[in-house]
Design a protein around this ligand. Structure first.
Ligand SMILES: NC(=O)c1ccc[n+]([C@@H]2O[C@H](COP(=O)([O-])OP(=O)(O)OC[C@H]3O[C@@H](n4cnc5c(N)ncnc54)[C@H](OP(=O)(O)O)[C@@H]3O)[C@@H](O)[C@H]2O)c1
Length: 291
């Protein structure tokens, strides 16, 4: 007799961790205006942190900051900056210090992505993703490290699992995220003696994000093939964030926490293979560009 497949429960972190564990703490989050990083920020605020979210589009940032302040009762402010521009990041950090006087936690989450084979990827497109994901992470670390040292705080870098195996059409993001993983590990070793921790969260495909919604129409097999019976949710990444920034993780640094319900071990390429490689035109309508 076969039993019904298990489906992992999805709980808010406040059902597990105390609501005031980050009271008086300040989070600086790049990419916090939308998607996964917005969810990570909201979770930190639900546990008492105030936050600064960073991105290029001020309208959306301001709207998100107001929404997060209203839903959590904490303060969230918007700081407009392109992470490729150290001067803009410096100004965002200055705005944070003027408002809150310190930075305890940093999430390096700003990123760009689109699908393209190496043969169709321009030098400029490759460079842009490297600049946003990798150089942007480096710039964010440089702009914040003095403050994070002072507070003996902690970093979380948002990476991916794409580069654990070769993922066609994702050479640019795979390269950029591999470098982010390396940066985080070196940061952990260099800054550990200063009391600073650095970890990576590597989400698998997260449903309800714009990127995954574009890909979901081509994913085959359905959720019944997934080890935990469902795709990942932004809340899953948010919960891992709360744990890694909490004092319960005070001996965890230089690590990567993969939040994918073991999907990595089951992974197939999501586009038809090898047709997608032999005839990129056949999948063109499935992969609209985006940065
Ligand atoms: N979605 C998934 O399934 C998935 C899976 C694995 C990993 N991830 C990672 O999770 C993170 C969030 O992804 P998401 O899917 O939630 O995407 P998203 O909603 O598009 O978030 C990306 C954020 O980065 C900001 N950003 C982009 N370029 C920037 C720049 N040059 N300077 C400053 N901010 C910039 C964007 O804001 P502006 O446009 O306003 O600048 C946006 O708020 C990324 O690091 C991504 O690689 C996502």
């Amino acid at each position: 007799m076969t039993s019904a497949p298990y489906v992992a429960t999805l709980k808010d972190s406040t059902a597990v961790f105390k609501e005031d564990i980050f009271k008086g703490k300040i989070l600086f989050c790049t990419g916090g205006g939308s998607g996964i990083c917005k969810g990570m920020t909201e979770a930190m605020m639900r546990h008492g942190a105030d936050a600064v979210i960073v991105g290029r589009k001020l309208d959306r940032l301001t709207q998100t900051a107001n929404e997060l302040s209203a839903t959590t009762g904490r303060i969230c402010i918007a700081a407009q900056a392109d992470v490729r521009q150290p001067r803009m990041l410096k100004e965002a950090v200055e705005k944070t210090i003027a408002q809150f006087g310190k930075i305890d936690f940093v999430i390096c989450g700003a990123a760009g992505n689109f699908l393209a084979p190496i043969s169709g990827l321009s030098e400029n497109a490759f460079k842009t993703v490297m600049e946003i994901d990798t150089l942007g992470t480096y710039n964010t670390i440089k702009a914040t490290i003095a403050h994070v040292r002072r507070s003996k705080g902690s970093y979380i870098h948002v990476s991916a699992t794409l580069h654990y195996k070769a993922t066609p059409y994702q050479a640019h993001v795979s390269s950029a995220k591999a470098a982010v993983d390396a940066l985080s590990a070196v940061l952990a070793v260099e800054e550990g003696p200063h009391g600073v921790r650095s970890n990576v969260i590597a989400p698998g495909p997260i449903g309800s994000t714009e990127g995954m919604q574009r890909l979901s129409s081509i994913a085959e097999g359905g959720v019944s093939r997934l080890p935990l019976g469902r795709v990942g949710d932004i809340q899953d990444v948010a919960n891992a964030t709360v744990f890694l920034f909490s004092e319960a993780a005070s001996y965890i640094t230089g690590q990567t926490v993969v939040v994918d319900g073991a999907m990595e071990h089951m992974r197939d390429f999501q586009l038809p293979y090898p047709q997608a490689v032999l005839d990129p035109g056949s999948v063109q309508k499935m992969i609209p560009g985006k940065l």
